[in-house]
Design a protein around this ligand. Structure first.
Ligand SMILES: NC(=O)c1ccc[n+]([C@@H]2O[C@H](COP(=O)([O-])OP(=O)(O)OC[C@H]3O[C@@H](n4cnc5c(N)ncnc54)[C@H](O)[C@@H]3O)[C@@H](O)[C@H]2O)c1
Length: 270
């Protein structure tokens, strides 16, 4: 049961592919909390995914956009303001894709065209989203923009390859654009660094099960689920976090603060 935390707020949710997607869970939570939004994804993902089903449940319009295309983003923001009848209060960027990871390339054998594609889709698109919204003056004062990151931005993970650089860049964009947007329009910009989560993007990384289980043991509270993440995003869109900006917010059950946990000691003492 929602508590109308987001009543009257309007926004855009990027990245709901299927019911496991963090964006999918967020859409359901934002709806439950009284928010209204448009849904968007890359045209190809629309064909593969089941976004229509979500749109129906949430009574939301779908506006396709490749997040690397400035023209698509301009159309998306313009149409979203038309459909929702005004400027926006929140945007969720929940987008990640690495052709190198998809094709199983090792870090010592990167295809650089694909590397640039990884950065464009998974990081630069966040700047494009923010710049488009600024140029169209699409956000209300005290609006909130959130993107999703991973701790591989700070620490090395063998199979996360070029996505690690994409996440470092994403977090840097949140700081730089957060500074600009905060002073221009009191719009806050943050990234949430989420635990490993069993989604299409997550399980596509080789060795995912091992680092999912390892993170679970290394987090005193266990891994944060996609539902937990959706709850946190709803709070970040609410008026209760108006002065939080330019941050990378750890949402990981305590993983990032742990040196070792009782669960790991127990496991290794056997
Ligand atoms: N799953 C995890 O373990 C995990 C952990 C931390 C952070 N994240 C991040 O969470 C975010 C959401 O991923 P998810 O785990 O829900 O997986 P997901 O596969 O459900 O979502 C990824 C989305 O990115 C979209 N996308 C890809 N290319 C695009 C493009 N050019 N334009 C627009 N959209 C595009 C896909 O269609 C998909 O909807 C990503 O940024 C991911 O890196 C995931």
């Amino acid at each position: 049961m929602g508590i109308n935390l987001l009543k009257g707020k309007k926004g855009i949710i990027f990245g709901a592919l299927d019911e496991n997607s963090i964006a999918w869970k967020t859409a359901l939570k934002v709806k439950e909390e009284g928010g209204e939004f448009t849904l968007t994804n890359a045209p190809i993902a629309m064909r593969l995914g089941t976004i229509n089903q979500l749109a129906k449940t949430c009574n939301a319009e779908i506006i396709p956009a490749d997040a690397t295309s400035e023209a698509d983003l301009t159309n998306l923001f313009t149409k979203s303001m038309e459909v929702l009848g005004g400027k926006l209060d929140f945007v969720l960027h929940s987008i990640g894709m690495s052709p190198n990871i998809r094709k199983g390339k090792e870090y010592g054998d990167m295809n650089y065209e694909w590397y640039l594609k990884t950065l464009d889709i998974s990081a630069l698109s966040f700047h494009k989203v923010l710049q488009t919204s600024e140029k169209l003056d699409a956000m209300n004062e005290w609006g909130s923009v959130v993107a999703l990151s991973y701790i591989a931005a700070q620490r090395a993970y063998p199979d996360y390859t070029d996505m690690a650089q994409a996440k470092a860049m994403l977090e840097s964009i949140a700081r730089s654009y957060g500074q600009r947007y905060g002073s221009l329009k009191k719009v806050r910009v943050n990234t949430i660094s989420q635990s490993p989560t069993k989604t299409t993007a997550g399980i596509g990384i080789s060795g995912f099960d091992a680092f999912f289980d390892f993170a679970d043991l290394m987090s005193p509270m266990g891994n944060a689920s996609a539902e937990d993440c959706a709850n946190y995003i709803a709070v970040m869109f609410s008026d209760y976090t108006r002065m939080v900006t330019m941050q990378n917010l750890m949402h990981d059950g305590g993983f990032s603060g742990s040196g070792i946990t009782y669960a790991i000691v127990e496991r290794l003492s056997k």
